[in-house]
Design a protein. Structure first.
Length: 102
């Protein structure tokens, strides 16, 4: 048999810090190691050029910089709005979440 070819795998990910309910991050990864897009809702950021950003901000992959560059974005302060924004930016249908986001 020939060598098995690995198809590209895109992995959406949502992370929430249990001790701090307002902190969350949404990511879209290629396989496991390459972050293509990330939305940070509660941590400031510094771009490679030294520019400081507040939160929320949105990272996108750039050749030679990976996901180190970000831009500030305007989102309401709740997790549902952040998830909706992220899904729209990466062209992912917004999930139906029963019971809401806590």
């Amino acid at each position: 048999m020939g060598e098995r070819r690995r198809d590209p795998v895109l992995r959406p990910r949502c992370a929430k810090v249990p001790q701090e309910p307002a902190q969350s991050a949404f990511q879209l990864r290629y396989r496991r190691e390459i972050v293509l897009a990330r939305l940070c809702t509660s941590v400031p950021h510094a771009n490679p050029d030294g520019a400081s950003l507040r939160f929320p901000h949105f990272h996108t992959y750039r050749e030679s910089f990976d996901d180190k560059w970000a831009v500030e974005v305007e989102i309401k302060g709740d997790l549902a709005s952040a998830l909706q924004f992220f899904c729209k930016k990466i062209n992912l249908p917004e999930p139906v979440i029963q019971g809401g986001l806590a």
